[in-house]
Structure formats: structure tokens, C-alpha cells
Design a protein around this ligand. Structure first.
Ligand code: ZN
Length: 581
């Protein structure tokens, strides 16, 4: 049986970080690295970097970064142990026997148990749909709603029988503790036992991005209320982050570059049944920043389908700032009054729906249009509306895009552009064009160079040319820099050399104490070498000379302090000699 360390290394060997991250974040090759919009903070220009050579990621905006395990933990919000287990599963690496502490093991086991309860329940629900009288009614209902068997099977639709103990007795037969099932929200406890949450409903399993069932949605087939019922928030199920159908839509979203967002499971499945595969549904909530952040990793543009009623209009208005904040381009698809995607595609077909998609106006134009139709044209009303829109626009950092928006507002409301610009600037003190980070951004690197003085050069030499840097062993680095982070990195370098007999720069993290040093290391690793092979020898001797001078200066200072005249004279002579060289 492999040790924990061996298993960890095996996972890292097999995992290709660019490929893995690329499943969740749209990456573009940029020099030696890949860049994309950071999935961990709001940004409009990419500062998220992945290094294929060194297998780590780093964001220059929020400073998050690390290896494949760090990415998985941060992205999926799981513990190291869970990430370890998941990645081992994905890359087909056997787990070591005793990888974790007792507490970790318990948490990991609970999650695994809850997942197996969800899986058992899902299998039970789908067998209900295939068999029995009640199941045939549900099947007829779904077929009547136009779902084809392939889509039903792909999404593993099911049926919960109309009993208080259908799932309960099935799970008990399987030897599953009802108390455990209660933690998935599938069973609800009462005075002397448990009962089923989902009864007499068509069941939609909800998958996470790795394809595991983490919760359920249930729809009734008559007029009883609520029409839709979801799993409650559990250890596995967070509806503000999950999107129905995303796991199945990912490849189509990548191909088309767009994602269509609808409100319900049935809308999502109806479009799928008609061959429109790049579609996801929110789970009975409004769109959240978490949703948009997740989607922008896959799609260039979001197409949000809104109802043409009051609630739909309000939802459109509310969603605009989410997209503006995340820098994701969005369009609005407004269906004719009284239609939803399900009824629309059924009545008019795929081609008509795709026409709506191709004609969809930008979400901003859609809202501007909506709003300006609602006012009569009185100056006071225009001023109020302008304030409202300027407020929404304050999160646009790209001046070109702002200019386009401003022109449209001017045309639509018949207001001079200058007036709108003035109002915008009032709303956004000092703004327009903030957060720009990235190794390609020379300004950022000039700033780093200013901040750290020669530290950038020292560290660049250290990580890109460890062999040359070793020649500087024994220097008093505390004299050469005032940044404790730099000293920590250099000390780690030599400690690693003493322990292992060689240095792998990207492995220095193990020898570092502070997170700041780890961040700094990633940034230095992402920046290309500033030395040529030919220039290395000269660089080393220049460092040596600079070190000698600094040391001398320090000794002179000390001698002056002590008032040691003969020592001072000797040192000054030494200094004069080296200056003449
Ligand atoms: Zn970030």
C-alpha cells in the first residue's frame, strides 16, 4: 500500500492542472502560461494564471493560488481530505490506507455516506418511474410534456410514490439509517420516526460538476402546492451555487460559447429534448453572483430567458448588476406574453427559439428599453431614470463599453452625452478602469520592482536559475533586503538544498512559513526569467560585489559607532581599493 505522500505525488503526476482548471475556467494561452477570469473574485480582465510547466495557479487580483489540491478545495469549497479523495478518484489513484486524522476521516466518511444515500434514493426514484402503475402515470405525464426517453434517462428522472414511507421503507430494507437520510433532507423526522419529503412527485436529481447526485427537485403533477419542492440546504446541497443541468451542458456551452439560463427544470429539459444543449436552470432562486461566477468560466456570453410579466421584468433588472460586476456579457431573451421556454419550443420548434437567441438584445439595452417605456418623458422622470441607470453602470470598468452604454442612453432618453458622463463620474468617484493585474501588465511589474527594489532580481535569479543562485550561498541576505518575505524565501531555498541536496523551486512551499511568502513565490515563478544564460555569470558576480559593498558599508557604520578609528581606517582603505577596480 502506497504512503500518503506517494499517493499525493502520484495524483500530482497524473493531474494536468491546465486541463483540470480548464474544465471550470475558460483559459487562454498567454506566453508560457494560461490566463482566464478568476473564479474566486470579481474581475473583468484576466489576472488568473495557470502554469503548465510548474503545475500551479495564481491570481494577481485576489492572490489565491496553489497546486491541484488547492484549486479543487477552493473551487468546490471542500476540505483538503475531500479534494484528495475526489482527485484520487478522478485520476484513478488508489487511496492510502490511513491518510487522514480521525476527525478528518469522520467528516469525509459522512460526506461519502450522504452521497451514497442520495445515490440509493436516486436509483429508487428512477426504478419507480420505470415500474408500477403509479410510475406509468408519471411517465405518461412526462411524455405528455414532450420529454423523450433519452433525455429522461440522461437526467435520471424519477418518481416519488404518493406515500409517507415509500423511500423510508426502501432505505430501511437497504439497511440505511433513516437518521443519516434525514441529513440529506430526503426524510423528515417526526415524534416517533421519519417520513418522506417527496411524495407523489416527479423527481429531478441534481448533480454537482463531478456528476454526483447532491440533491433533488420534485414537481407535482396536479395543482397541489408547492408546484416545485427542492432538497433543503445540506452539507452537499447549496442552491445558490448549483445550476440544474450544468454538468450535462458543459461541453455544449464550450462549443457554442454561450449558456442559456432558464427558470425551471422542465424548461431546461424541454430545450434539451429539442437539441438545444447549452442550457441550465436556477433552482427556484434568483440568479446569484455565485452562479454567474461559475458560468463565466465556461461561457463567453449568457442568454437569460425572462418571462414577459412584471416578475420577469424585475428579475431582468436585478440580474444586470450581477453580470456587470463579473464582467460577463449577457443578453436577454424575452418570450411572448404567457409563454415559457417549454411551451414556446413545443409550439414553435427549435428554429424559432434559436431565432430568439440570435436576435436577443444585450441585457443592458433590454432594460434601458423597458425602463424608458415606463416613463412619460417629463424631465424629472428622465433624471430619476438616469440616476438609476448610472447606478447600475458604476460597476463597468471598461471605458469603451461605458462609452457605448452612454451613447445608447443619450439616444434613448434624448439627453446630452456630457450630462450622462458627469452623472456617471459622480456615481463612481475615481473609478473607470480599476483592477488591472497580471504578469503581462508592465505597470504591475514596475510597481513590484519599486516595492521590492532589487528583491525581484534576487528572487528571479533564485527560482529560474537555482544552480547560479547556489553560488551566492553564505551571503548575509538580511543586509541585502528589508523585506522579511524575501529573506524567508531565500532561507527556504538553502534549507531545501541542505535537506534534499537539490532545489525544485515550485516545491519550496513546503519550507515556507507564511502565506505571503507562498504568494510571492507563485508570482515570481509566473514571471519569466529576466536573465539570459550568457548573462548569468555576470549577474552572480554583480550580486557578490553588491553584497560585499553593502557588508563593508555596514562594518564602517559599526566601526564609527564604536569609535574604533584603526578599524575604520582599514575598512575605508578596503572600500577605496574596491572603488578603483
Ligand atoms: Zn482572483
Amino acid at each position: 500500500m502506497a504512503s500518503f505522500q506517494e499517493t499525493k505525488e502520484e495524483i500530482q503526476r497524473r493531474a494536468d492542472l491546465v486541463g483540470l482548471v480548464g474544465k471550470f475556467v475558460k483559459l487562454k494561452k498567454s506566453g508560457r502560461n494560461y490566463t482566464g477570469l478568476c473564479p474566486f473574485h470579481s474581475e473583468k480582465s484576466p489576472s488568473f494564471n495557470v502554469s503548465p510547466e510548474r503545475q500551479f495557479f495564481h491570481c494577481f487580483g485576489c492572490k489565491k493560488g496553489g497546486n491541484v489540491f488547492d484549486f479543487w478545495m477552493e473551487y468546490h469549497g471542500v476540505s483538503f481530505q475531500e479534494a484528495f479523495r475526489e482527485l484520487a478518484r478522478i485520476y484513478g489513484v488508489d487511496l492510502p490506507e490511513r491518510p487522514f486524522s480521525e476527525a478528518d476521516r469522520k467528516k469525509r466518511d459522512l460526506r461519502a455516506k450522504l452521497l451514497s444515500v442520495e445515490e440509493a434514493a436516486s436509483a429508487y426514484f428512477s426504478s419507480n418511474l420505470r415500474n408500477g402503475l403509479e410510475g406509468s402515470v408519471a411517465r405518461a405525464y412526462l411524455e405528455g410534456r414532450g420529454l423523450d426517453p433519452a433525455t429522461m434517462a440522461e437526467f435520471r428522472l424519477g418518481y416519488a410514490v404518493n406515500r409517507w414511507d415509500g423511500l423510508l421503507s426502501h432505505l430501511q430494507d437497504k439497511g440505511i439509517d433513516p437518521g443519516l437520510a434525514e441529513q440529506t433532507g430526503l426524510l423528515i423526522s417526526k415524534a416517533n420516526g421519519y417520513y418522506d419529503r417527496f411524495r407523489g412527485r416527479v423527481i429531478f436529481p441534481i448533480f454537482d460538476l463531478t456528476g454526483q447526485v447532491v440533491g433533488f427537485g420534485g414537481r407535482c403533477m396536479d395543482d397541489s402546492l408547492p408546484k416545485y419542492l427542492n432538497s433543503p440546504e445540506t452539507l452537499l446541497f447549496h442552491k445558490g451555487e448549483l445550476l440544474y443541468g450544468l454538468h450535462e451542458a458543459v461541453s455544449a456551452v464550450r462549443e457554442t460559447g454561450r449558456v442559456i439560463i432558464v427558470e425551471g427544470y422542465m424548461d431546461c429539459l424541454a430545450l434539451r429534448s429539442h437539441g438545444i444543449r447549452e442550457v441550465v436552470a436556477v433552482l427556484g432562486t434568483a440568479l446569484t453572483p455565485g452562479h454567474v461566477r461559475r458560468l463565466k468560466g465556461f461561457a463567453a456570453e449568457a442568454y437569460v430567458v425572462f418571462d414577459s410579466d412584471e416578475a420577469g421584468r424585475a428579475a431582468a433588472v436585478k440580474s444586470l448588476p450581477l453580470f456587470l460586476n463579473e464582467g460577463m456579457s449577457a443578453r436577454a431573451i424575452a418570450l411572448p406574453e404567457g409563454e415559457d421556454p417549454d411551451s414556446f419550443v413545443k409550439a414553435l420548434g427549435r428554429t424559432k427559439f434559436l431565432e430568439l437567441v440570435s436576435e436577443a438584445p444585450a441585457l443592458f439595452d433590454f432594460i434601458l428599453d423597458l425602463k424608458s417605456k415606463m416613463i412619460s418623458g417629463l424631465p424629472e422622470e428622465k433624471a430619476l431614470l438616469l440616476n438609476e441607470i448610472a447606478f447600475m453602470l458604476k460597476s463597468v470598468s471598461d471605458e469603451t463599453i461605458s462609452a457605448l452604454y452612454v451613447r445608447r442612453i443619450a439616444q434613448r432618453l434624448d439627453i446630452p452625452e456630457t450630462l450622462i458622463w458627469r452623472r456617471l463620474r459622480e456615481q463612481t468617484p475615481g473609478a473607470l478602469g480599476e483592477d488591472k493585474f497580471g504578469p503581462g501588465d508592465s505597470l504591475e511589474w514596475m510597481r513590484s520592482a519599486d516595492d521590492y527594489g532589487s528583491d525581484l532580481q534576487i528572487l528571479n535569479l533564485m527560482v529560474h536559475h537555482p544552480g547560479s543562485f547556489l553560488q551566492l550561498k553564505g551571503c548575509n541576505w538580511g543586509l541585502m533586503t528589508s523585506a522579511s518575505v524575501t529573506v524567508e524565501l531565500i532561507e527556504a531555498f538553502f534549507r531545501s538544498y541542505e535537506t534534499d541536496g537539490s532545489v525544485i523551486p515550485e516545491g519550496l512551499g513546503e519550507y515556507l512559513i507564511t502565506d505571503e511568502a507562498r504568494r510571492r513565490l507563485r508570482e515570481i515563478l509566473l514571471h519569466p526569467s529576466i536573465y539570459t544564460e550568457e548573462g548569468l555569470e555576470q549577474a552572480v558576480s554583480e550580486f557578490r560585489e553588491r553584497h560585499r559593498q553593502t557588508e563593508l558599508k555596514e562594518l564602517i557604520r559599526q566601526a564609527k559607532e564604536k569609535g574604533d578609528i584603526s578599524e575604520l581606517n582599514a575598512l575605508l582603505k578596503l572600500k577605496g581599493r574596491s572603488n578603483k577596480k
